[in-house]
Design a protein around this ligand. Structure first.
Ligand code: OOG
Ligand code: MG
Length: 257
């Protein structure tokens, strides 16, 4: 049997992002399974690297119940972050560059040396140099933000942009810090880092394990997004967004009006 057309699906998703045009889901009609979907994601990354982007990190998705419930997919997933997706803290994004952007509060880790695949994951303190509050801007390339598990994996887990706030040394406890998402000074979402797999450090273990299955090893200096602690909120023109994580501080962005 001929497998799904990995390169063709990657091209469709890449063009959808480049032209800011939603497309229909692809997995059911093309027989895309999870492994083939990660192959599509890799092809999409190659497409970005070919135009000069650099791989700068890895993101986890659907590590909280709130996120799983919001999108109706209940498996932890991971995707790739490139330099072009990074927005400086306090920076401005153009909502017109995205199909239906949403923002969500995250915790970011700055990675140190990590074990090889198959090696036991070392103590968290060896793997992480610093931690920061972050905002992820997600933008599904599928119409109505609706997708199956292989669809969202192929679409690089809806990754579009991210902001990392100030880095700090890893505090003693990370497993129960309050998280707020504020839009224009009003609280839009409230949560806790406990929502991220019980402890955001577990997201790193999962990332090493799940990416390792596909031959991807996390690297020193990478940014690692542990996954949103709350549901995501639509980003409207002119909005001022802040993610506040107790003990870690604030990351912010503005949407141009
Ligand atoms: C998938 C990406 C999920 C997270 O933090 O859970 C994600 C989506 O919601 O479109 O980035
Ligand atoms: Mg996210």
């Amino acid at each position: 049997m001929i497998g799904p057309d990995v390169a063709g699906i990657a091209e469709k998703l890449g063009v959808a992002a480049d032209t800011v045009t939603a497309i229909g889901q692809l997995a059911a009609e093309t027989g895309l399974d999870v492994d083939a979907a990660y192959a599509v994601q890799t092809a999409l990354l190659q497409r970005r690297l070919a135009r000069g982007e650099r791989l700068v990190g890895l993101k986890m998705g659907l590590t909280s119940r709130a996120k799983m419930a919001q999108v109706g997919v209940d498996e932890v997933i991971w995707g790739r972050l490139t330099d072009v997706m990074r927005v400086p803290d306090g920076g401005t994004v153009d909502v017109g560059a995205y199909i239906h952007p949403r923002v969500e509060p995250e915790v970011a880790f700055l990675l140190d040396r990590l074990p090889e695949p198959g090696e036991p994951v070392g103590a968290f303190t060896d793997a992480v140099r610093a931690v920061a509050p972050a905002i992820e801007l997600i933008d599904s390339r599928y119409a109505d933000f609706r997708f199956s598990l292989p669809d969202v994996i192929a679409d690089n887990t809806s990754a579009a942009a991210f902001v990392v706030g100030p880095w700090s040394p890893v505090p003693d406890g990370l497993e129960n810090l309050g998280v707020l998402l504020e839009i224009d000074g009003r609280v839009a979402q409230v949560g806790s880092t406990a929502a991220i797999l019980g402890d955001p450090r577990r997201a790193l273990d999962e990332g090493v394990r799940l990416a390792g299955r596909h031959g991807v090893r996390l690297r020193e200096g990478w940014v690692f997004l542990a996954g949103a602690a709350t549901a995501a909120v639509p980003l409207r023109p002119g909005a001022h967004v802040r993610a506040v994580v107790e003990k870690l501080g604030t990351a912010s962005l503005r949407a141009a009006s």
